[in-house]
Design a protein around this ligand. Structure first.
Ligand code: FAD
Length: 471
């Protein structure tokens, strides 16, 4: 039997309301008797709501990895009121939640980078035997203490999910989701140190990701902590120890040892690094073709990677000998992400800058780390790609930290403005720290002087960095 039209309209409206689609009914539609256009069943129309705005501060730093904590500490030491927001349950990003354990390109970096290594050293948590290995657990505590000493208001377990700009194209709010619900954080100046450039992208800034020709990105990697083995037993397999002779030889021996155990790692240059005593970290996993902005792909990669690293350890253990008591102590809370969005800035660092060893008057720091592109195509190679480009030491200019498409936003860490090749070099944490420091100081100065960061002159920022007090 055919339903009378009026009932049908009621039921349909009821259904739409239950689904949250009530707002899609056009006011004139019911009166004219015409059926409203059917909503797309794959879309949920979110009703507007009021979001509480937390007490505004001078500087809001989103993301608390090496770049973000440095920005927050520096801005706090400049006397600014600072909020630091991170989705993880600890500060440090890849240093801690990612179990990196290894700082690259920190040599000759003054300021906060030197202070951090000295403080880790004083706590017996820095190991210079090979390069700069550190204890990630001590790092977690140290970063919290330094932020608190600098007066930084830390907010963990909180994800930035939206951004609001005002009528003058200035970033005015970072909107978050957490156990406390949806909240908005206002400030005079913002720093995006989320690694993936989430805040800038949410605010509508332009960005690039991956290779310009194909969009292919470098693989993710899961780093793990190992114990139960001794230097006497596995020294020749460990990168950086004299008995292994070279990184290349150590990696080749480990790859062959894994083959002897009947397993081939997804990263063809598997590496073990010594941290302290019988405490090691291993990087032997590559997850290819995963975008940092795809939560489903990230989830699948994390599950695959964890299964692989456990399997690699179990295979090595089964060989007996020096491996027999090896234990995987911890896998990271977050799989390591080499690259996400590269936000458009007021200067873009390019491969040409690396080739000519570019110098700049507004140099934040000198990068000495080479071009290091992990394979974007496992059919070609499952290790490092030869990009046929060699880098000379080059400067990161402050302009690469200034977002191009919105005012009041600075960038720090791996999301600054650069091309695919340049990013593969400047991304390491010895550079993320001075970038954060410069962004934090500039944000504090801009807030204090009620100016936009791009109107500050670099000598003033540089002088403030050089005279920044330690806690
Ligand atoms: C496998 C691997 C090995 C590496 N090896 C080395 C090495 O040996 N030495 C070295 O120095 N560097 C190494 N790097 C490179 C280096 O670790 C990164 O480039 C570095 O993480 C840059 O620091 P960052 O602060 O920009 O980003 P991250 O460390 O990624 O920090 C970003 C922070 O932002 C937070 N965040 C992200 N999105 C949001 C959001 N929406 N809301 C709130 N918080 C958010 C994250 O939780 C994280 O804490 C390696 C990287 C990887 C992946």
């Amino acid at each position: 039997m055919e339903e009378p039209k009026g009932d049908h309209m009621l039921k349909r409206r009821d259904f739409l309301r239950k689904c949250g689609h009530a707002a899609t009914l056009l006011p004139g539609a019911a009166a004219s008797g015409a059926l409203p256009e059917a909503p797309d069943p794959r879309l949920y129309h979110e009703p507007a709501r009021d979001v509480p705005i937390e007490e505004p501060v001078d500087v809001v730093v989103c993301g608390a990895g090496p770049a973000g904590v440095s920005a927050a500490i520096a801005a706090g030491r400049m006397g600014a009121k600072v909020r630091l927001i991170d989705v993880n349950g600890c500060l440090g990003g890849i240093w801690t939640a990612g179990l990196l354990c290894w700082i690259l390109d920190a040599q000759d970096k003054p300021g906060l980078m030197r202070e951090l290594t000295e403080r880790l050293d004083a706590r017996g948590a820095l190991f210079r035997a090979t390069k700069l290995a550190y204890d990630p657990e001590v790092m977690k505590l140290l970063l919290e203490e330094l932020c608190l000493d600098a007066g930084v208001k830390i907010r963990l377990h909180t994800r930035v999910v939206a951004a609001v700009r005002d009528d003058s194209n200035r970033l005015s709010l970072a909107v978050t989701e957490s156990k406390s619900g949806r909240q908005a954080f206002g400030g005079s100046v913002f720093v995006d140190a989320t690694g993936d450039g989430d805040l800038a992208a949410l605010a509508g800034c332009g960005f690039d990701m991956g290779r310009p020709e194909t969009g292919e990105v470098q693989p993710l990697s899961m780093i793990v902590l190992l114990t139960g083995v001794t230097r006497e037993g596995i020294g020749p397999f460990v990168c950086g120890l004299p008995e292994s002779e070279s990184h290349a030889k150590a990696k080749k021996r480990l790859f062959d040892e894994m083959a002897r155990a009947g397993i081939e790692p997804s990263y063809a240059h598997p590496s073990i690094f010594h941290i302290r005593d019988d405490f090691y970290c291993m990087m032997a996993n590559h997850e290819y073709g995963v975008l940092a902005t795809d939560a489903d792909a990230l989830t699948q990669a994390t599950i695959r990677a964890r299964a692989e690293v456990h399997s690699l350890v179990n295979h090595l253990k089964a060989l007996g000998g020096p491996w027999k008591d090896m234990q995987l102590v911890a896998s990271p809370e977050h799989i390591g992400i080499r690259e996400g969005r590269r936000i458009h800035g007021r200067y873009t660092i390019t491969a040409q800058d690396l080739i000519r060893g570019a110098t700049h008057e507004d140099a934040v720091c000198k990068v000495r780390f080479p071009i290091d592109v992990h394979s974007t195509d496992p059919r070609q190679n499952r290790a490092i790609m030869d990009e046929s480009v060699r880098a000379k030491p080059y400067d990161i200019p402050f302009r690469a930290l200034l977002a191009r498409d919105i005012d009041g936003l600075l960038l720090a860490g791996r999301c600054i403005s650069g091309d695919f090749i340049a990013h593969s070099s400047y991304r390491v944490t010895g550079n993320a720290v001075p970038m954060g420091e410069a962004a934090g100081v500039a944000a504090a100065l801009a807030s204090k002087q009620r100016r936009l960061p791009q109107t500050l002159d670099w000598p003033t920022i540089a002088e403030s960095i050089a005279t920044l007090p330690q806690s």
